[in-house]
Unconditional design. Structure first.
Length: 203
């Protein structure tokens, strides 16, 4: 599936019924495109996963109320997308910890963990686009999620547990970006290089 096809699929599932989720999804995909130079040959794969990562919230997709698993199953069984994309969606942004909190034991059996660098890239994109799709830094995004869900909510508990790993994933991606930046400055304008890093660059 191409990025354009993934965008079309996500738009069809989210735009009308879940416009804010669609706005967030567009922001996550924009973040993926902004770090494409650092992802090299994996850039389109990560953008495809970015477009599709939250389709599990769509009413037609929702089954267990755990959106990474619902989304990944829909991608595997209905849209029949590449297995790597299904695994990325299943495990994005600390999903394994939330599955544990929810008592969902089948996640890792159905969808093995994808390659760490790809998962970190998708998680970085999700953690640097806010609910309306605006670019934010990781701690701002973490704070917003923790505020949106009450302290006894499974998402709140899960984010607290996965917070160190989410920060570490974002840090790893930023290091990859900065390694590419020096090279890129030789052939790109400063403005386009700055667009890779956005507001998270200083953290
Ligand atoms: Fe998301």
């Amino acid at each position: 599936m191409s990025a354009e096809q993934a965008k079309s699929a996500a738009k069809g599932l989210l735009e009308a019924g879940l416009p804010r989720r669609w706005a967030h999804t567009q922001g996550v995909a924009a973040r993926a495109r902004s770090i494409a130079p650092a992802l090299a040959e994996d850039a389109e794969l990560v953008e495809v996963a970015a477009w599709l990562h939250d389709i599990g919230y769509a009413p037609v997709v929702r089954a267990t109320e755990f959106h990474p698993l619902d989304g990944a199953r829909y991608l595997r069984d209905v849209l029949e997308v590449d297995e790597v994309v299904c695994r990325l969606v299943a495990h994005h942004t600390g999903a394994l910890i939330e599955a544990e909190e929810r008592g969902i034991i089948e996640l890792a059996d159905e969808f093995p963990l994808p390659e760490q660098q790809l998962l970190e890239a998708l998680t970085y994109c999700d953690m640097t686009a806010d609910v309306d799709g605006r670019p934010v830094d990781v701690d701002e995004r973490l704070g917003e999620i923790l505020t949106r869900y009450p302290s006894d909510h499974v998402v709140h508990r899960s984010i607290l547990r996965s917070r160190p790993a989410l920060r570490a994933a974002a840090g790893n991606v930023l290091r990859r970006i900065s390694r590419c930046t020096a090279t890129a400055r030789d052939c790109c304008s400063d403005r386009s290089v700055d667009a890779w890093t956005g507001p998270s660059a200083g953290r």
